[in-house]
Design a protein around this ligand. Structure first.
Ligand code: NAD
Ligand code: DAU
Length: 358
């Protein structure tokens, strides 16, 4: 791995991954292709080392000519593909762009990589690698007594977002089996940590609490997610890039499965401790109409990546939550900048006003 194309590197996980990889491997150079949608921002990349190993290109992964030009110009031997539309609620209100970016964009990258690496044999048989970053949501929703998701759990996506990610996963595997494109996949659970756009549960709750706004809990709040600190995810991907078996999928998860309502309570408790207000922040918790098709429970079986690659999460949830709350409190300038550029207020009006909160 020398010349890496990272897609979606101005987003939450992609920007954390670029920082991680540049620190981890001094020999690597990165081209970061990102369309800078509402979710991506140059503010996420402000503190990268200025040593010329990171080149940013604003552009769309669906642009075949551009992707082709980048692979050739930068002699890309490795692709780590994060770029996607990622918010389930947005996929419910506007699914089209999810199909476009997540399905067609992934297909475009795969096909250009096939052409450059296999047809043109750009590296004369030397190792090249396409890594696809995916989600646990492709496996569907668990009932209380179901086993955790493993790599062999049948796909059962239920939202337009997860359906589009499932389709992209299928294309990645199809390119491995049909053309021999050297691929790996990781399917990961809910990430949290620095630089997450504040439309997602944890940063939204932190910022609403600080602004004395309602904390909107969908339905009864007894849904369960498997939470992973973002740096742990970056490390898992890095292990797969180094030693993962081609053609294989690795599940990544945090082994933390709280009810949403308990997680929000934990954020409130910590804020009560470090930023006491006249009332506990938990008095802001407001139950609102549920997300349509809301998956009830996710839980990842991580034994494959643990046994084969020695990966396990390092952060426990309470420590990770505290670190994350501290980061948002210390980076309110970043919050203001990304909220403005990403039009977060408009999204809040669109998604929450009809649920009776703003
Ligand atoms: P994000 O929404 O924060 O960032 C996505 C990035 O992709 C943005 O910078 C955006 O500008 C860019 N992008 C979107 N469409 C593009 C296009 N057509 N061309 C080029 N760039 C485009 O997303 P994230 O939370 O960092 O997720 C990254 C990846 O990880 C996604 O593939 C997602 O499905 C997967 N994932 C996310 C989580 C999670 O909890 N956030 C968990 C598991 C897997
Ligand atoms: O599981 C991995 C997935 O995690 C990723 O693939 C997605 O890209 C990422 O967005 C995330 O999806 P979720 O839908 O689980 O994340 P979100 O933060 O939107 O919601 C987490 C839980 O909190 C979910 O059960 C819905 C609930 N929720 C969310 C919001 C935004 C609320 O109760 N209120 C809210 O306002």
């Amino acid at each position: 791995m020398q010349n890496v194309l990272v897609t979606g590197g101005a987003g939450f996980i992609g920007s954390n991954f670029i920082r991680y990889l540049l620190n981890q491997d001094p020999d690597v150079s990165i081209v970061n292709l990102d369309a800078l949608t509402y979710a991506g921002s140059m503010e996420n990349l402000g503190d990268l080392p200025g040593d010329g190993r990171h080149t940013f290109v604003q552009g769309n992964i669906c642009n075949r000519e551009l992707v082709s030009e980048l692979l050739e110009k930068y002699q890309v031997d490795t692709i780590v593909h994060f770029a996607a539309e990622t918010h389930v609620d947005r996929s419910i209100l506007g699914p089209d762009v999810f199909v476009q970016t997540n399905v067609m964009g992934t297909f475009t990258l795969l096909d250009v990589a096939r052409q450059f690496w296999l047809e043109m044999d750009a590296f004369s048989g030397q190792r090249v690698h396409f890594h696809h970053v995916s989600t646990d949501e492709v496996y569907g929703s668990l009932s209380p007594d179901d086993d955790d998701f493993s790599e062999t759990t049948p796909y059962d996506p239920r939202s337009p977002y997860s359906a589009s990610k499932a389709a992209s996963d299928h294309f990645v595997r199809a390119y491995y089996h049909t053309y021999g494109l050297p691929v790996t996949l990781t399917n990961c659970s809910n990430n949290y940590g620095p630089y997450q756009f504040p439309e997602k549960l944890i940063p939204l709750m932190i910022l609403n609490a600080l602004n004395s706004k309602p904390l909107p809990i969908y339905g009864d709040g007894k849904q369960i997610r498997d939470w992973l600190y973002v740096i742990d995810h970056c490390e898992g991907i890095y292990r797969v890039l180094q030693n993962g078996r081609l053609g294989e999928t690795y599940n990544i998860g945090g082994e933390n499965q709280p009810f949403n309502i308990d997680l929000v309570q934990e954020i409130c408790d910590y804020l009560d401790e470090i930023r006491p207000a006249s009332d506990s922040y938990s008095s802001l918790i407001t139950h609102v109409p549920d997300r349509p098709g809301h998956d009830r429970r996710y839980a990842m079986d991580i034994s494959k990546i643990n046994t084969e690659l020695g990966w396990a999460p390092r952060y426990d949830l309470s420590a990770g939550i505290r670190k994350t709350v501290d980061w948002y409190l210390d980076n309110l300038d970043w919050v203001v900048a990304v909220m403005e550029r990403g039009g977060l207020d408009d999204w809040i009006n669109e998604n929450y006003a009809k649920r009776g909160v703003k």
